[in-house]
Design a protein around this ligand. Structure first.
Ligand code: SF4
Length: 315
């Protein structure tokens, strides 16, 4: 029986033994092995916002060039707020998950009007900013002891505490309680990096600097085995993710439509009837009805506009 199949009821103590020692060990590890990136050396909330939105669902290696290009195009929150949504989507090219660009733009417009909130709760109240991004800005830019919970952090905290099923509010409470008060930004970075490099899907317990305090150490001892993680679920669409390769998924076709629109000169539009052939790529062309449904969904999300059957990026 693989480790992923073993029945496991976590003790859910949700407390990490010897927290001070764990903090010291992880911060020391991070000083030597942590990822260095421009947004980690700044306290500029705008740069933290851009980086946090980009880092979601995208590997750090892909984020770096895109981040630099984006910040060069829109150096301040006011510059981003003053751009059209179409311009923002164009500069977002290569990042995927284009809806993030729309949400980022929406958040920038609210902040440019009302100013920067400093507290996580107030940041999270901004349309376009989720709990993770709010925690990044609050801790990186304003020093709040807010725990940033991404997939990697969830894995590390779950294993350390012996409650791998932990999620939602209990997980956030645990993450907040564990933040090193002297340097919340470095602490969050350390946990994220540790989950990416040591306590990953295949945990490297043999080289783990906090193994002696880890409640899951026995479970993974000497294995370095891969553990199944929940697969992403894509809701309503032309084809469900589990049933088709990426090239025929809703996400693929949505991305292709935006790519086609990006390739048009600014202000140009295209007849929706031409889209099926253009977005097919190496896959079968979707029907016109499916294409229209995709276009309608993208319009609802603010990613394009439709006028008299002609489609364009938003002005
Ligand atoms: Fe992760 Fe293994 Fe370290 Fe525990 S001992 S924190 S499971 S790498």
């Amino acid at each position: 029986m693989s480790i992923a199949e073993q029945p496991y009821t976590p003790p859910v103590t949700q407390a990490v033994a010897n927290l001070a020692a764990v903090q010291r060990a992880l911060l020391k590890w991070h000083a030597k092995h942590g990822l260095r990136a421009p947004w980690r050396e700044t306290r500029d909330p705008y740069e933290c916002l851009v980086a946090a939105v980009m880092a979601q669902q995208t590997q750090m290696s892909r984020v770096m060039p895109s981040y630099e290009r984006f910040v060069a195009a829109f150096p301040t929150v006011e510059a981003l707020a003053g751009a059209s949504t179409g311009e923002v989507i164009r500069v977002w090219a290569g990042m995927g998950y284009n809806l993030r660009a729309v949400r980022l733009h929406r958040a920038a417009r609210q902040i440019a009007t009302s100013g920067w909130p400093r507290r996580r709760a107030d940041l999270a109240a901004i349309d376009g900013i989720g709990p993770f991004t709010a925690a990044i800005i609050a801790s990186f830019a304003f020093g709040e002891a807010a725990g940033c919970v991404d997939t990697n952090v969830r894995r590390v905290l779950g294993r350390l505490s012996g409650g791998e099923a932990i999620d939602g509010k209990p997980l956030q409470t645990l993450a907040d309680a564990m933040v090193a008060r002297k340097d919340p930004a470095r602490w969050n970075q350390a946990l994220m990096d540790y989950g990416a490099r040591v306590c990953g899907v295949r945990p490297k317990c043999g080289e783990c600097v906090v193994a002696q305090w880890c409640a899951s150490r026995e479970r993974y001892a000497g294995t370095s085995r891969q553990v199944a993680e929940p697969r992403p679920v894509y809701r309503a669409g032309v084809v469900r993710k589990h049933e088709a390769p990426y090239e025929r998924s809703t996400r693929y076709y949505r991305g292709r439509i935006i790519d086609v629109l990006r390739a048009l000169p600014p202000g140009d539009s295209i007849n929706v009837a031409r889209l099926p052939a253009l977005i097919a790529g190496g896959a079968a062309a979707p029907t016109i009805a499916d294409t229209q449904a995709l276009v309608a969904a993208l319009e609802r999300h603010g990613l394009l506009t439709v006028s008299r059957r002609r489609v364009s990026l938003p002005g």
